[in-house]
Design a protein around this ligand. Sequence first.
Ligand code: PEP
Ligand code: MG
Length: 962
Amino acid sequence: MLELNAQHIRMHQSAPDKPAALEQIARALSADGLVAAGYLAGLQAREAQGSTYLGQGIAIPHGTPETRDQVHSTGVRLLHVPGGVDWGDGQVVYLAIGIAARSDEHLRLLQLLTRALGESDLSQALRDAQTADEIIDLLKGAPQELALDGKLVALNTEADDFDELAWQGVRLLKRADCVAQGFGQQLSIDEALPLGQGLWWLSSDQAVLRPGLAFVTPVRPLVHQDQPVEGLFCLASLGEAHRAMLERLCDLLIQGRAGELSQATSSRAVVQALGGQLPVDWPSARVPLANAHGLHARPAKVLTELAQQFDGEIRLRMADTDAPGVDAPGVSAKSLSKLLALGAQRGQVLEFLAEPAIAESALPALVAAVRDGLGEAVDPLPEDSGEPLAEQPPAAPLDSAVRPPAAGTRLQATAASPGIAIGPALVRKPVALHYPERGDTPDVELKRLDAALEQVFREIDTLIAEAEVDSIRDIFTTHQAMLRDPALREDVSARLQTGASAEAAWAAEVEAAARQQEALHDALLAERAADLRDVGRRVLACLVGAESEQAPDEPYILVMDEVAPSDVATLNRQRVAGILTARGGPTSHSAIIARALGIPALVGAGEQVLALASRTPLLLDGDRGELQVAPDDAALERALALRTQRAERQRLADERRLEPARTRDGHRVEVVANIGASGETAEAVERGAEGIGLLRTELVFMDHAQAPDQSTQEAEYRRVLDALEGRPLVVRTLDVGGDKPLPYLPMPAEENPFLGVRGIRLSLQRPALLETQLRALLASAGTRPLRIMFPMVGTVDEWREARAMVDRLLPEYAVPDLQVGIMVEVPSAALLAPVLAAEVDFFSVGTNDLTQYTLAIDRGHPTLSAQADGLHPAVLRLIQMTVEAAHAHGKWVGVCGELAADAAAVPLLVGLGVDELSVSARSIALVKARVRELELARCQVLAREALSLAGPREVRAHVLEG
Ligand code: PEP
Ligand code: MG
């Protein structure tokens, strides 16, 4: 949908003439990825057909039907030109609204604009506007707000039939001065619209004084046109004032939440559900939010704790939102779930409203706490704040009709946490909790709920005390805050008034709150929704008295769909030998928890593992990503011996981890670390890294709800360089797109995301994003050794374009020790290495992708990925070509894919002449130890021989022999 948004207005621009203005607009649309470069021709062609001048200083340049294929996604970008641009025929434009639309979606926008243009001439006001918000207000023509408050709601009204109920609604509208005499006669009862779930809708735009909505429910069940009547809306319609409310109502209906209206016990609940204005006319104070991740769980919790110290109501709303229905009344600042549901992001302005009795003390304290970062270190705010959020697809349900893997089966899964684990399976599947829908009196049910909340709170206290890891403790503290959420309890207690059982009321309210958070389409809030459901389930289990399955006495392997935070309770390292999950990847909750606790784990093993019988003996290898079901004695013995051997090898390697790696004949190979977050640097150095060979910067971007600004990024990169103390840092610029989407970079769905807009392709389509990142990198480096590389380069042009940007920016920064190179991940880059080597400073071979593209096997394919072995001679040949070309030009080559840590691959990579191996921090000591076992001359022979073998199996066998 085309929406006007202050972030999309470029204020105070100048353009000498119309062609220049069109160029600027095309650039703005294309910089934000809405259109391809060819769209400019469309804008020009459209103006040639007829001017897009709309009147009152506004033009709406857009493309022609022929250039619609140049549109990637629909949107508008506005150019504010206070100096004016001659749009032809003496018409002067102060605001050009560049539209990218594939169809006639711009007509809706036109509709909106014409309303604004109907009033007095806007051109002067547009010219003089100082802020983007002023422009938005002018364009929206400030429509009258829909009246919707407690006075317009009547619950359980006496009415014998539908007509009488309608009359009650009209009476409310009249009393609120929304309608004049005659409105009632205009309402045609016959045209009443059933909305479903017992709700009805009546509306008229005749005799309307101001837009308003009344809602009435009958005290006794009614029937109209053979359908039940549980609630009736009467709308006094004027313009679009009711649009936001209507959208909200539709959402409620779609979510099956009509009962929240028809069964409401207070007018406040109705008004709140529909986003109406609650009666707060209290002192207020505003403060911009600077927390990098917005008002996420931790700062929100700090805020609720502070608000709870004041004895009176405090509400919070977003001061800068343009969705009045959602935020105007604000939410309780004491409610964690409500605060999270606001979805406040960095850069947005929060407005606190406090009851007059406490305002004087509460408001300054709240504002100061937000300014201080609510317990987090905050960077100054950016000038611009990101892009709209994209939708996250929900996880697909697992199929329950799968067969378990047979005894003796070996399964490949994602290695998530290293180590060998042996033990019986404890398969934990979600159990259905049964409970009655109706309960005792509200008082009795509330007492039961409170007792359960208290019990779970105390259980979590124990978990917090026992938690050895900060990140896990944090999760539990958030869960406790959710249990103490007064708004959640209030909503549940309102539901209890309808006769619901504590279980039913609790389950329904938790689900409603979780959905509300998910509806904000923010990855972080979606995680919070998972937390809410998780803690909600704990309380529910406590209410129904459910007991979990008895764990085996000996250390066991926990088999689950995914490990939820509350499962950590069962993850005692002494009791849980290993973790095996059906879903999840290396970065899923399960993997993170397992690594944090040091428990060997495999994730994403597929739903078949959930079908395993509990107590089936399992052997899990978290290094190789391998599972053996009911292994025989010989396999167990081998595994135990391997475990002892690995432990000894690791101990010896660790002793020499800080020494450089040289082959027996003195050939030096640099061993550096792959990291994903700045905080990992010190540990990598401690584990023997001679530098960072791959900083995957995606996390810097994924950790934020919007594109991190330069200062946020700079701080991250500086942290890495500081911790490196002069050791070199190789940074890969943002590698997202396709399979790794960013929530705030909406991308059209692609049929083949691995072959689509990802890596450098995406960065070149969003040059502003790349430029900010490069600036942050250059600014953070100073005199320290910085290596920048671009991911997924497949053509010489891509490399040149990216390099040109570095060259353009470089004069603004003093970075004497800079090298710029590319990752070799696409076969074309390896094949073109002789050309590229003349221009780049270095190559780093990303064998994960290079293997997938060379062998045409999706690296994450559930059944094929095990065959995507980087020791395939085809991949080795490409590495050989890359190294030869680089060395011929005096350039160095690293390998930063998983292959670099593969003990069988190390001799071959060294033999091929690779200069640097970049591996995960925990592999450094072992890779160095492996290099020390080798002899360069022998490796060269081995590598040459490997190139002429048939496949990876043969190569591995050859290395073992040789
Ligand atoms: C690679 O492809 O080998 C690589 C290191 O990049 P990533 O795994 O992040 O795609
Ligand atoms: Mg890659």
